[in-house]
Design a protein around this ligand. Structure first.
Ligand code: FEO
Length: 164
């Protein structure tokens, strides 16, 4: 059986993962509005990944005999500036999520909740991948700038991301 404190912390993380999906859908719509269909596609795929992260935690709570307590989602912003700013904001968001995952992992250790610690390991690894992947995109965007032909090449490459 999962502790009440761990259950509350995991429910809060589910809300954050779902908010991430909301945020990336809003960013995707923003990119579509600028005719960056490839960046928009990448963000839609990322939103489905975030939903999968939330569902994985939901299943874990339920498997442990815990109670799922879904909370209202905050509304994301609607304007994000240029594409470089969008991806810089994603990187900052993912770094904040990494901090939350690390705190959860620490909590699991303190509670000697081995099952939660092992489940959270997957998220620790996933955050390393996500930060690396987004950091690379930010680097590419800085290299090409958000004007000129190269940004459209990047946009078409982003459009090739496979479904999660
Ligand atoms: Fe679910 Fe992008 O972290």
């Amino acid at each position: 059986m999962i502790s009440k404190t761990m259950q509350a912390a995991l429910n809060a993380q589910i809300n954050l993962e779902q908010y991430s999906a909301q945020l990336y859908l809003a960013m995707g719509a923003h990119c579509t509005g600028k005719s960056f269909k490839g960046f928009a596609h990448w963000l839609k795929v990322q939103a489905t990944e975030e939903t999968a992260h939330a569902i994985r935690l939901m299943d874990f709570i339920l498997d442990r005999g815990g109670r799922l307590e879904l909370q209202a989602l905050a509304a994301p912003p609607t304007d994000f500036g240029g594409v470089i700013q969008v991806f810089e904001a994603i990187l900052a968001h993912e770094k904040a999520i990494t901090g939350k995952i690390n705190a959860l992992f620490q909590q699991a250790r303190q509670e000697q909740d081995h099952a939660s610690e092992i489940a959270l390991q997957w998220y620790v690894t996933e955050q390393v991948e996500e930060e690396a992947r987004v950091g690379e995109i930010v680097d590419h965007l800085h290299a090409v700038g958000d004007q000129g032909g190269a940004i459209w090449y990047l946009d078409s490459r982003m459009g090739k991301r496979g479904r999660a």
